[in-house]
Design a protein around this ligand. Structure first.
Ligand SMILES: C[S@@+](CC[C@H](N)C(=O)[O-])C[C@H]1O[C@@H](n2cnc3c(N)ncnc32)[C@H](O)[C@@H]1O
Length: 238
């Protein structure tokens, strides 16, 4: 089973310290919502965000959106062999139901995430498609390992060990019952903090260039799917 954790997702509501700024007030009037009910987004709030600490890492919900679109509804996901969690910058964890069909429209995704951040789950009633779970990143990783001595924790990192695509594929277990936990940063700029990277045993550089989060997620997902024969088994002719 492949467990993808999107690390340090740049998702949060507009923080109190900038709610009174003109740009934010104008934007919230346009949306007909209070600033505290609106997701922080570099595209709309870039100028105001310069007042925030670590602003270059924040306000990019599109990174999480595009990453989820690239890994959900894939053959691996349909076979029940993928789990996805979001780790937000305040340390909280969101569980993504593998059956979730995300809106194809970004503005509708933003609406869902605002509901998630305000109510703790989406939808508010019934089976949750996205929900906060009360667990730390460290405990989540231990739980996903499921007591398997062969489980592995891999971190995608531009400063990780260089590998070839063959080595990476051979590193992955062919037995799909062995948990493989992969962490990929879902923030726009900067290094991954030590307190997060230390949870992962193996740090790997994939491409020789810095790639977008959703490409790195897709590379892991498809290499793993090939490794455990999911792709082969789902073609009509084997
Ligand atoms: C856009 S990058 C993060 C920001 C980047 N560190 C910077 O300084 O601009 C998003 C994430 O994708 C992964 N990533 C990007 N390029 C990679 C590569 N060549 N090899 C492995 N992981 C990579 C890492 O997990 C990284 O945290």
């Amino acid at each position: 089973m492949l467990h993808i954790i999107l690390l340090d997702c740049a998702i949060e509501l507009i923080p109190r310290e900038i709610t009174s700024l003109k740009q934010i007030q104008k934007y919230s009037a346009r949306r007909g919502k209070k600033p505290s009910e609106i997701i922080l987004d570099q595209t709309h709030h870039g100028q105001s965000m310069t007042k925030l600490s670590l602003s270059e890492r924040r306000g990019r919900p599109d990174i999480t959106y595009l990453s989820l679109l690239s890994i959900l509804e894939t053959p691996l996901c349909k076979e029940g062999l993928l789990s996805v969690h979001l780790h937000l910058q305040d340390g909280s964890i969101v569980e993504v139901h593998p059956d979730v069909r995300l809106p194809r429209n970004y503005d509708r995704f933003v609406g869902l995430i605002e509901q998630l951040l305000l109510e703790g789950r989406v939808p508010p009633q019934g089976d949750p498609l996205l929900r906060f779970v009360d667990i730390t990143l460290g405990n989540l990783i231990s739980e996903l390992k499921d007591g398997s001595p062969s489980s592995m924790t891999l971190l995608a990192s531009e400063s990780g060990k260089k590998t070839s695509v063959e080595n990476l594929q051979n590193l992955l277990p062919q037995d799909s019952s062995i948990p493989v936990i992969v962490g990929v940063g879902a923030f726009p700029h900067g290094p991954q903090p030590e307190e997060i990277t230390s949870y992962f045993d193996t740090h790997l550089e994939l491409d020789k260039e810095m790639m977008m989060t959703w490409h790195i997620c897709a590379e892991f997902l498809w290499l793993y799917s090939l490794r455990i024969d999911v792709v082969k088994n789902r073609y009509s002719v084997i």
